[in-house]
Write a protein that binds this ligand. Structure first.
Ligand SMILES: Cc1cc2nc3c(=O)[nH]c(=O)nc-3n(C[C@H](O)[C@H](O)[C@H](O)COP(=O)(O)O)c2cc1C
Length: 337
């Protein structure tokens, strides 16, 4: 169980926010496979205020898509208040503030992970958000800006003092972005310092790595990110492994093909056909990890625009041999390329 303010979750696993990934089709798929709580894609408070088409698309939810978290990015109190005003019309259960995004264009504006260098400013913003938000507020932080300025403990304590209901931590510095080792020791120190729950993120790529995060840090929950790409089964796999200590079987080829077709259909139902197909392209590589001689199909995927064409390519996977990857050696999908 995971309790974040008034929000009570049976599962300690959360689908992490991923820009460009955690859209409605992706979230509903994850939920079918045991994910209880999911985040929508990160919302920039400036775009929220303008109610752009893309922002409203990101805010599209469904009755089955609950409980749900929204994550905002920003640094100007005026824009944050405006954004919160727009969000009042939407139903969700948790509001997270991003102090973790490493993207150059974000940190250049002093937002996302750049706020790790201004803990007092971050605290002020969090106080404001906590005061205005109708739902529990959390903050997502990194271990620090770089290896010389690891300050997650200090930042987390300031956030707790500001009234947030939980802290999410990605155990890497901004400079590490998404590579290098996750600092389990830093996460453990933050956990020891806090009274509120700590949800850990970083390389939750397999059931074993999930268990390792719990064991080494004592964290209260896990945020699953890249591990869910092309692998919605991961939620059940982790739950089963934590309960029984036994690794559940990997999904077979037929099952993977079936789920790919469902994911594609959900995408083309939700977006215009070409957009839905294009958005599916990046997932194809993730789903087909371990498929032998898949390269020619991946090349075709990179050009596919029509649903029929993509379906044909997916069905082509049935004829390929598949090597079951060892879960403990799960590799990070190269979605960031
Ligand atoms: C494509 C992609 C987009 C992401 N977008 C966000 C985001 O919008 N907000 C956020 O807090 N984290 C974002 N993240 C970071 C993840 O939530 C997670 O903290 C990070 O990937 C580490 O977990 P992992 O090593 O298990 O993937 C993103 C990660 C990826 C791969």
């Amino acid at each position: 169980m995971l309790k974040i303010g008034t929000l009570e979750l049976k599962s300690r696993l959360i689908l992490a926010p991923m820009a460009g990934v955690t859209d409605l089709p992706f979230r509903l798929l994850a939920r079918r496979f045991g994910c209880e709580f999911a985040f929508i894609e990160m919302l920039n408070v400036r775009s929220l205020g303008h109610k752009s088409r893309r922002t409203l698309e990101m805010l599209t939810v469904d009755a089955q898509d609950r409980p749900l978290g929204v994550q905002i990015l920003g640094k100007e109190p005026g824009f944050i208040l405006k954004g919160l005003d727009v969000l009042r019309k939407y139903k969700f259960e948790l509001l997270d503030f991003n102090s973790a995004c490493p993207a150059r264009k974000v940190v250049r504006r002093g937002e996302g992970a750049a706020l790790m260098r201004e803990p007092k400013k971050l605290q002020k913003l969090l106080k404001l958000i906590v005061k205005e938000s109708p739902v529990p507020v959390t903050v997502k932080i990194r271990s620090g800006w770089d290896e010389k300025s690891i300050n997650a403990r200090e930042v987390a304590l300031l956030a707790e003092d500001a009234g947030v209901s939980a802290v999410f931590i990605h155990g890497r510095t901004r400079m590490q972005e998404y590579g290098g080792n996750v600092e389990y020791g830093v996460i453990r120190k933050v956990k020891k310092a806090l009274k509120i729950p700590l949800v850990a993120s970083g390389d939750i790529l397999s059931a074993q790595l999930a268990k390792r995060m719990f064991d080494e840090t004592g964290c209260d929950g896990l945020a699953v990110a890249r591990g869910a790409l092309g692998n919605p089964w991961i939620f059940r796999q982790i739950e089963d492994f934590l309960k029984s200590g036994k690794l559940p079987p990997e999904p077979g080829k037929e099952e993977i093909v079936k789920v790919m077709l469902e994911h594609l259909r959900a995408n083309t139902d939700f977006y215009p056909e070409d957009v839905g197909v294009m958005k599916f392209r990046r997932f194809f590589c993730c789903y087909t990890k371990g498929f032998r001689k898949v390269r020619p199909l991946r090349e075709k995927v990179s050009r596919a625009k029509a649903k029929k064409e993509m379906e044909g390519i997916i069905l082509g996977c049935k004829g390929l041999e598949r090597v079951i990857p060892r879960q403990s050696a799960a590799k990070v999908p190269d979605i960031l390329d």
